[in-house]
Write a protein that binds this ligand. Sequence first.
Ligand code: SAM
Length: 272
Amino acid sequence: MNENSVDFAVAAAELGVPLQSDQIAAFEAYAALLLEWNERFNLLGPAAAAALWSRHFLDALTVVRGLPAQVDDNPTRVLDVGTGAGIPGIPMQIAFPQWEVTLLEVTNKKVHFLELATRELGLRHAQVAQGRAEDLAHVDMHREAYDLCVARAVAHTSALVELTLPIVARGGYAILYKGMTALSEEIQDAEPARVILGAAAPSVIPISMGGDDARSLVRYLKTSRTPSALPRRAGVPEQRALTAADGSRIAAAAQAARERRQKLRERPRRRT
Ligand code: SAM
């Protein structure tokens, strides 16, 4: 163990995530890989590399503050949208080895790094998926299939609500890692999307990381099914937030499709 990993292990235990020596060794190996590959691929940027342990690994594990007690004992299907070099997904997979974490990333070089890192770290339950959340959410095996979907530093809240909630099963959570700047406005802007996509009003859980960098988790509980038309096509959620008028249009189109199907079922069969 080195000085960074000792401090990290103490802070993780204080957070309620005690780590065994093999898990701390896995974090050290992950840090070494990140620093080595950061030079070649600029995965994190220099500022992020300096704060790897205190800022990134620990921040990833704060997810436990947003989860009901005991959830870490259950097998949990987790998807990390826009994982980049694996944060928060890889720290979560190391800390909770019984979870099945899917790391979703669109960029080739980052996907290459994620495949190498999960292999070298022996993360047997981790999967790497390449693509955009807007597309993955329309694939049957991923749609409404995850207990938990997380996203950190990917987009503003209204876009993230549209990118994450279609992937979450009813009764599961989308948890967004957010700074506090203009957070209430972002959450307010995401309200029409939240209602249309089928989640309860969010809880905001403040996270103190010891410095003046205030952070929070924004947690959405999925309560009803997401209309099949959502998410919209790649790029649109970030360009334009869903509005109440979109919700009415989507509901009317779904109702018309149901009526068409009903009419087809009721049509008298032709005698042969
Ligand atoms: N979550 C990581 C972190 O906290 O360090 C990475 C953050 S990085 C600023 C955002 C990442 O999200 C990029 O690697 C980008 O390629 C990816 N991304 C952006 N939009 C995406 C989408 N719609 N689907 C999947 N990945 C996306």
